[in-house]
Design a protein around this ligand. Structure first.
Ligand SMILES: Cc1cc2nc3c(=O)[nH]c(=O)nc-3n(C[C@H](O)[C@H](O)[C@H](O)COP(=O)(O)OP(=O)(O)OC[C@H]3O[C@@H](n4cnc5c(N)ncnc54)[C@H](O)[C@@H]3O)c2cc1C
Length: 386
């Protein structure tokens, strides 16, 4: 068992860390204040992010992506947690794994432009009536001689405003779900309002409406009926990378601020970090962050070995997101009134952290998955000898 990182990995982490500190963190306050990222600034960080060679880092190098292993990707994603969602989307993209099922002309039309960053893609599964129950969607596509006709509605679609096309899950039979690539601008496809959120300022979350949208046959991704598998497969990696690893990074960032504050802030002529009750909040945060980090790395390592890591990723999703929640809550407490005050970013981290327990499968859904597996497979989930 080797827990060490090699020199290349350390250099990659250092490079991403420096880029985030120099190029992205300075934009955070402006995005928070305005509620959006200025187009020119967006373009600038996109160009600089691409120059680092990490745009579409999860995509194969032959396609122009970063070609990183799961573990290397996770190491970058952890650093991404040190800044906000929208800045990472613009600088490093968000290229979803199901696109790798593109074949023939689909590669030039959707996959390559997504990897190159000339077209942006969003994933659209959730509907007003179907969230946790992702198979309970009402959006449907009917086969015609010319292709498909799509009808339905989606909501909460992250980055929908900036996106050029959408991976849309739709029923193509009573029990059959397929995935389609749907270009913005098609007749009958309208974008609704931006649904304002508690946090994640700068990232729009949109409603989408499909009213008899005509799709050609090439819009079907993979085989008809494979859509649910494609969507769930994609979300598995997304929740490890964009939820698990980023939650660990964000918790680390907040913990660093908490430790610095506790080292400098004095009350009763004493650093507050010398009070045992404050120390407990720091110690518990450090312990939990380290535990979550190793779970994230282990799950990524399993994926790199070709192992099935679904249950481990479900555990990561719960552990990392809830760790982040506890760390930001303690940080507000350690900062006292300044933790609640908008003059410092702590209250923003507190708001931004809350979604981690909800999207990409709520804690309850993942606990259900873990418990069912444990009851079915027994100790295999937690006994190292089996
Ligand atoms: C900021 C944000 C960004 C998002 N981005 C996207 C996106 O880009 N694309 C996309 O497709 N979706 C996106 N979503 C949707 C997100 O994945 C869903 O909100 C999430 O899956 C939960 O679904 P829901 O909101 O409908 O809640 P519900 O499913 O209605 O759940 C409500 C409550 O009931 C509980 N519950 C439900 N079923 C069970 C069960 N079987 N057992 C125990 N408890 C249960 C849940 O845990 C939760 O506590 C986003 C959401 C938000 C808020």
């Amino acid at each position: 068992m080797d827990f060490s990182l090699n020199d290349e990995q350390k250099m990659m982490i250092e490079t991403v860390r420096r880029f985030i500190a120099e190029e992205l963190q300075p934009l955070e306050d402006e995005v928070e204040e305005k509620g959006f990222l200025d187009n020119a600034k967006s373009q600038a960080i996109h160009t600089k992010g691409k120059a680092l060679g990490l745009y579409g880092m999860n995509m194969p190098a032959e396609l122009g992506g970063g070609g990183l292993s799961n573990l290397d990707r996770i190491l970058c994603e952890e650093q991404f947690g040190h800044t906000t969602d929208i800045l990472i989307r613009r600088a490093f993209g968000n290229v979803y794994e199901p696109l790798l099922h593109c074949q023939g002309d689909q590669v030039e039309r959707w996959l390559k432009p997504a990897v190159e960053g000339t077209r942006t893609c969003a994933i659209t599964i959730t509907e007003p009536g179907a969230g946790s129950d992702a198979a309970g969607i009402k959006t449907h596509a009917k086969k015609t001689d010319q292709g498909w006709v799509l009808n339905g509605a989606k909501h909460f679609i992250s980055d929908g405003e900036w996106s050029d096309f959408f991976l849309v899950s739709a029923k193509t039979g009573d029990k059959e779900i397929s995935m389609f690539m749907v270009d913005k601008g098609l007749a009958g496809f309208t974008v609704g309002k931006d649904q304002k959120m508690m946090g994640l300022r700068g990232t729009p979350h949109l409603e989408l409406f499909f009213d008899n949208v005509q799709l050609d046959d090439a819009c079907l991704l993979g085989e008809a009926g494979q859509g649910f598998k494609l969507a769930m497969g994609a979300l598995n990696v997304v929740r490890l990378a964009q939820v698990g690893a980023r939650a660990v990074g964000k918790a680390t960032h907040v913990c660093e601020l908490m430790v610095n504050w506790a080292s400098e802030r004095k009350q009763f002529n004493t650093r507050i970090g010398d009070f045992q009750m404050v120390q407990q909040m720091i110690a518990d945060s450090v312990i939990e962050i380290n535990a979550a980090r190793w779970m994230v790395y282990h799950a990524a390592w399993m994926l790199d070995q070709g192992m099935d890591a679904r249950e481990q990723i479900a555990m990561v999703k719960v552990q990392a997101s809830e760790t982040l929640g506890r760390v930001v809550d303690r940080a507000v407490q350690v900062f006292g009134g300044m933790g609640f005050c908008k003059e410092l970013p702590i209250e923003r981290y507190y708001r931004d952290a809350r979604i981690y327990r909800i999207y990409d499968g709520t804690s309850e859904i993942h606990r259900g998955v873990i418990a069912k597996s444990a009851m079915k497979k027994g100790a295999v989930l937690f006994d190292v000898n089996r």
